[in-house]
Design a protein around this ligand. Structure first.
Ligand code: WT7
Length: 658
């Protein structure tokens, strides 16, 4: 996608609906309009003020160390413990009996309320258990788990002992898990026998076993018993596997958290880039916690004593890290954690949970909203959701229709919708309305939040005028920024800091537009990264998976517009000569192969077997033309193709196969 060919561009300027903040919310808002100017005057002083939200064992001496860009450091000299900030300090302040987590399992009535005091005990036990398994400060621990409380306990236990965690989404395959374990040399994996998915147990542990056949870095596997499912005759290795119940439940609840340097690594989160190899985004402790707790407080107007917060993300993604674990818990909130899928056992399950727990602040993704829209408002209308006061959206652009439906149907036409733009790399929300300050404009993420400096620039890095499009950049360091890519400083510099090197801007990889008011509309990726249901996938990664199949000679993957998932994976494949026509089930076979190599989220919606791929004279695949085919458009300019008849062959193949 280029910045200018995006078809929604033309429609943007016609959006004239505006929603003012509700008067009462505005009058009591955590953050008011003056914050923007105040922060802009002295950004470092502003972030230093926000850092006071946390409890530091030792105060920092420098807010921002920018002596070696782009390797920025925040709050240097400061020391703190992230788990202490998320748990212990709330207990010490007399809020131990407050519910931290209303956990809702997928099987109906399988629920558990966990107070901050209980959370403190469990995190302490898990920290002691990890230490007894040989995990030391600085060792990496992988977490591959369903949405159960132990997943949060595991993350916080790692943070407590200074062992960076890397959470791998439970939907990823054994291969994807193995490559991540290997890349960050994870010594221990924390997993469970399985989790519940649409009413049935779904195994996880076997994928860890399989991953261990591909890498030998793992010394211990700590297994939570969740479903009680049979692990099979070969499903247990006495030298490696340990039950959580045996080592955690019996461990002491006494554990003294050590204060770590503000720049001590907190976690690595893998995300897709433009090459086949996922990038290990490194986040550190102090700045990350400052950024996530401040934005959670500001963007959701979070009142810890009144709100019941619910973010529907999986902890396997950055949204779960920043806005289920670190931001909300640092702020001492009560939140809902739900294990299952939105529509199990019935299509109104989410709305039933909102009603039951009186959820006040709700944060989800446009892809989910669109699927509910399709089912009709009768389903949510059966529930009383008058408790809801703020709605959030994240992961991809929210189209104006979905915004309006969300506001009207879920928010009773009273609640602000905050469309929050950010990335795994940014760690925290960067561009978003503030619910008590900014009016809502369906489809726009509006302006950078206080303390953040972002802009839309042209090819030369000059800000575009209002009414024009360009590249989204962040123009000044921010506290929760990624520090590097795990083990690959060069790729960090190349990917994010070389495009606008002269200006020293962070290149986000997104195209955006400023409307006539100067408000920002994020349009989507300008690189070979797709966004499927708010999940980032790399075209190259899926191409590599396809060509690893013995029948495939070459493959090209594009993200095509999709009504439900935003974008969908479409693959064009050339078979090897000795594969003949590949057999009747070749498409199913290849879809299954991608699923196995990467995971179900990467499964192509469509695979087209083609005789040739469109290439330039220098051999670069012209994905733009393939996207035209996949989106059923007339094929664009083919003059730069080495062989312009190729597109005819592909188009002919398409019409005969469909
Ligand atoms: C990419 C980052 C941030 C957590 C979830 C995804 C897209 C994200 C929005 C939004 C338009 C958005 C961008 C971004 N994106 N939020 N509100 N409007 N686009 O994190 O996997 O790192 O993906 O998601 O393209 O670059 P991620």
């Amino acid at each position: 996608m280029t910045v200018t060919d995006h078809e929604t561009l033309a429609n943007l300027l016609q959006e004239d609906r505006r929603f003012e903040p509700p008067a009462e919310l505005a009058a009591n808002a955590n953050v008011t309009a003056d914050a923007y100017e105040h922060a802009a005057k002295d950004r470092q002083a502003f972030w230093a003020e926000q850092a006071e939200r946390l409890t530091w064992a030792e105060r920092w001496n420098t807010v921002l160390d920018d002596s070696n860009p782009p390797f920025f450091k925040w709050f240097t000299g400061g020391k703190l413990n992230a788990a202490y900030n998320c748990v212990d300090r709330h207990v010490e302040a007399g809020r131990g009996d407050k519910v931290a987590i209303h956990w809702v399992g997928e099987p109906v009535d399988d629920t558990r309320d966990i107070t901050y005091a209980q959370l403190k005990d469990e995190v302490s036990q898990a920290a002691n258990a990890l230490t007894s398994l040989g995990v030391a400060t600085g060792d990496r621990v992988a977490i591959y788990m369903p949405m159960i409380p132990e997943a949060i306990v595991a993350m916080l236990a790692c943070a407590r002992i200074g062992a960076p965690h890397t959470v791998v989404f439970g939907g990823f395959s054994a291969d994807a898990l193995a490559s991540r374990l290997d890349d960050c040399q994870a010594k221990v994996v924390i997993t469970s026998d399985g989790g519940y998915r649409r009413g049935a147990p779904s195994a996880l542990k076997p994928a860890v076993d399989e991953a261990r056949t591909k890498t030998d870095v793992v010394e211990k596997v700590l297994v939570v018993r969740r479903t009680g499912q049979d692990l099979g005759p070969d499903g247990w290795d006495d030298d490696v596997d340990v039950w959580w119940d045996d080592v955690v439940a019996n461990a002491s609840t006494e554990h003294t958290p050590e204060a770590f340097d503000a720049e001590h690594p907190l976690y690595v989160m893998y995300t897709s880039g433009t090459t086949g190899k996922p990038k290990g985004i490194l986040h550190t402790t102090g700045g990350y916690l400052v950024g996530t707790s401040y934005t959670h407080h500001a963007v959701f107007d979070l009142k810890p004593d009144e709100d019941v917060y619910w973010c529907t993300a999986d902890i396997g993604w950055v949204t779960g890290h920043s806005y289920i674990v670190y931001g909300p818990l640092a702020n001492g909130v009560t939140q809902v954690l739900y294990e299952g899928t939105p529509d199990s056992p019935e299509r109104g399950r989410w709305w039933q949970i909102i009603e039951q727990y009186g959820v006040t602040v709700f944060y989800t993704a446009p892809t989910a909203i669109r699927s509910f829209m399709k089912q009709g408002r009768e389903i949510p209308d059966q529930r009383d959701m008058s408790s809801v006061r703020i709605l959030g959206s994240v992961g991809e652009p929210i189209n104006p229709e979905a915004y309006i439906w969300y506001r009207n149907v879920i928010g009773g036409d009273r609640t602000p919708v905050v469309d929050t733009w950010w990335q795994t790399e940014t760690g925290m929300i960067m561009i978003s309305p503030l619910p008590g300050v900014t009016h809502g404009k369906p489809g726009s993420a509006m302006t950078p939040i206080p303390g953040v400096a972002a802009d839309v620039v042209d090819d030369d890095g000059n800000p575009v005028p209002n009414g024009s499009g360009g590249y989204l950049v962040v123009t000044a360091p921010w506290p929760s920024m990624l520090r590097t890519l795990w083990g690959d400083d060069d790729r960090y510099v190349d990917t994010y800091w070389s495009r606008f090197k002269k200006q020293g801007y962070y290149f986000a990889g997104d195209g955006a537009k400023k409307d006539t008011d100067g408000d920002i509309w994020v349009l989507g990726r300008v690189d070979d990264v797709m966004n499927v249901s708010g999940h980032r996938l790399s075209t190259t990664e899926i191409e590599s998976a396809l060509v690893s199949h013995p029948k495939v000679a070459e493959a090209a993957v594009v993200g095509a517009k999709d009504e439900d998932t935003g974008q969908a994976v479409c693959a064009f494949v050339i078979l090897r000569e000795n594969a003949g026509d590949g057999g009747a089930d070749i498409v199913q076979e290849l879809r299954g192969h991608v699923r196995k190599e990467i995971g179900p989220i990467a499964t192509p919606r469509q695979i087209m077997i083609v005789p040739e791929l469109p290439k330039t004279r220098s051999g670069k695949i012209m994905r733009r033309l393939l996207r035209d085919v996949a989106e059923h458009r007339e094929v664009g300019d083919v003059t730069t193709l080495a062989d312009s008849s190729v597109m005819d062959l592909i188009s002919q193949g398409m019409s005969s196969s469909s």
